[in-house]
Write a protein that binds this ligand. Structure first.
Ligand code: SAH
Length: 243
């Protein structure tokens, strides 16, 4: 008989990715993506992380919380196969799974402890902002890195096929931001985040994606080029409106 067991989250991810669209398919594809994992302060978090800073990388287990309500199916269409061939869900990294759990190896850059506020500073993440974290474990090189393993349809990292250029307006908007912001936008768009059936197809649609607190508008100008049209700061909707 199936065992039922309740899981509580132990913290939350803070990430530049504010919506699912355009998040890389695996960690490490956009290494400049930096974020934090904020551990809940009712868990003796400072004690929980004692010794973790000696590890360069961690496994982060989390819930695909935005997809939980949609359930799952035993067969799915991985985007890596063009989105038109089905495989068993357990043969994929689909985000629609029986328990909705994700796992990512992330670089651990620093741990900051301020009273009972404990933050793991990580990079290369593929997690949505506010993702609930359910566990963190040290990455153990001798056991977890298997360079000769075969990985079926995912032997190589997907190539980022597109060149990215910025309008003057977009460059001006970014001129006061840290260099990382522009680099992240570049690397995210270079992967061609459009649905997989549009790969290598011309398309004049203007797309929008939320990264950091920006709304980034972009468009394909050729089969190999993305043009960033504008970058606008998203207004904080929590603030009272003056209009
Ligand atoms: N490395 C993980 C995730 C792979 S799928 C694993 O293998 O388990 C990566 C996709 O997860 C991203 O493209 C993003 O769209 C999606 N994702 C990330 N955080 C999510 C969340 N909290 N809820 C739903 N989908 C999420």
């Amino acid at each position: 008989m199936a065992i039922e067991h309740t899981i509580r989250s132990i913290g939350v991810a803070r990430s530049p990715y504010k919506e699912k669209f355009a998040i890389p398919r695996q960690p490490g594809l956009v290494t400049v993506a930096r974020g934090t994992i904020e551990l809940d302060n009712d868990l003796h978090a400072a004690e929980m992380v004692d010794g973790l800073d000696a590890f360069s990388h961690i496994w982060v287990l989390f819930l695909f919380h935005e997809n939980l309500e949609q359930g799952w199916k035993p067969r799915v269409k991985p985007p890596r196969l063009g989105g038109n061939k089905k495989l068993g869900v357990l043969a994929t990294r689909s985000t629609f799974r029986p328990n909705g759990m994700g796992m990512s190896v992330l670089e651990l850059n620093k741990i900051s402890i301020d009273g009972d506020k404990v933050k793991l500073h990580v990079s290369g993440l593929d997690l949505l902002d506010n993702t609930p974290i359910i566990d963190v474990k040290p990455y153990i090189q001798y056991a977890d890195a298997l360079p000769h393993a075969s990985s079926a349809y995912a032997m190589e990292a997907p190539v980022a096929p597109l060149e990215v250029n910025f309008s003057d307006e977009a460059n001006t908007a970014l001129s006061t931001e840290p260099d990382d912001a522009k680099q992240l936008i570049k690397e995210v768009l270079a992967q061609d985040p459009r649905p997989s059936y549009k790969r290598n197809k011309a398309d004049d649609k203007v797309y929008g994606v939320k990264l950091f607190d920006f709304d980034v508008k972009w468009q394909l100008t050729s089969l190999t080029e993305v043009h960033v049209i504008s970058i606008e700061r998203i207004k904080d909707t929590a603030e009272p409106s003056t209009s």
